[in-house]
Design a protein around this ligand. Structure first.
Ligand code: R5P
Length: 319
């Protein structure tokens, strides 16, 4: 799908037509930067959800007093617990204020890693949070959801319509420009298809590794073909970096295999605690990320593919 760029005139023409007033992009404060880029690409109004945090931690959420029938509601779901509650308050209020169709734009989809009960009694967060989100919206847009064993986004979040866009081609092209001829390395088997897509888009070679996780920060990575790293720049490419343990282990393996330089590129830059320090200590020289999570490493924007997906779900192409 290509992004539909509406001029201000085209956008204004939607007002008063049979399908009702133009949709709004409604943004939580922490999502306003990316939401602004989406709204501007679609020439849609950008309005704010305001959130007040009471001293005891509860939130008061306030929306504009009246809403159009269709809204794109943009919320960040990294560091998700309080944000999920604020999202629930906003979505239910939006219905009361006139929104009939809510397209949820969640650039990072939280709680997706636990897709089964690995031990008896464990909550399957992907299924539970997925159902929770599905009850709040009519359609969902996200970026590189962490669905390694789930084939379709709608299986995790059972909404009538869902769209997932990928930052892999954007990141891989950025790597190709910054480090021509770099070898893209998938640090685990799950990342292989994703890295392959990026490599093909950017005209780079790619390689794979196997990962064994023993704990939150205890990870071992073994390269499938270490000889391919010798003497060249290796760029690790993954969908998400949290503690940085996966990338650090992969970087050490690439260094041990003789890589001349090791860089890293990820879609979702969670980078909790001392993750960046862990990567530097492992010899990673450059770190790039997409802007699904604001972070100093942001180097590419997913605004264009996200706007294209939102345009499709809001039927802006039909306007
Ligand atoms: C796992 O399958 C993911 O693709 C990432 O490799 C993982 O979530 C990264 O987590 P951390 O940075 O804590 O190793």
């Amino acid at each position: 799908m290509t992004a539909k760029h509406l001029s201000a005139d085209q956008s204004a023409q939607r007002i008063g037509q049979s399908f009702g007033p133009q949709p709004w992009v409604l943004a939580f404060p922490e999502a306003r930067a990316l939401a602004g880029r989406i709204a501007s690409r679609l020439a849609l109004p950008l309005e704010a959800v305001s959130v007040h945090r009471f001293p005891d931690g509860e939130r008061r959420v306030r929306l504009p007093a009246a809403l159009p029938p269709e809204i794109a509601l943009v919320q960040r779901l990294d560091d998700p617990d309080a944000r999920l509650v604020a999202l629930m308050l906003a979505a239910e209020t939006a219905r009361e204020l006139g929104a009939h169709r809510i397209v949820l734009v969640a650039p990072y989809l939280c709680y997706m890693r636990q897709d089964r009960a690995f031990q008896p009694g464990e909550a399957v967060s992907q299924r539970i949070v997925g159902r929770f989100l599905a009850r709040l919206c009519d359609a969902l847009v996200t970026v590189d959801p962490h669905l390694h064993r789930t084939r379709r986004l709608e299986e995790a979040v059972p909404v009538p319509e869902a769209a997932s866009v990928s930052a892999a081609p954007l990141l891989a092209r950025h790597v190709a420009a910054a480090r021509p001829g770099a070898l893209l390395l998938a640090p685990d088997a799950e990342a292989a298809a994703w890295v392959r897509a990026g490599a093909e888009a950017a005209g780079l070679e790619w390689a794979t590794a196997r990962k064994e996780r023993r704990g939150d920060r205890e990870v071992e990575v073994a390269l499938d073909d270490p000889a391919r790293c010798r003497g060249r720049c290796v760029c690790l490419l993954d969908d998400v970096a949290s503690t940085g343990a996966t990338l650090a282990a992969a970087a050490r393996a690439a260094r041990a295999a003789g890589a001349a330089e090791v860089c890293a590129a990820v879609t979702h830059a969670l980078f909790v605690g001392d993750a960046i320090g862990r990567l530097r200590a492992a010899g990673v020289t450059e770190i790039w990320s997409a802007d699904t999570v604001p972070h100093p490493t942001n180097a590419v924007s997913v605004a264009a593919p996200l706007a294209a997906a939102v345009a499709g779900l809001l039927r802006l192409e039909d306007a």
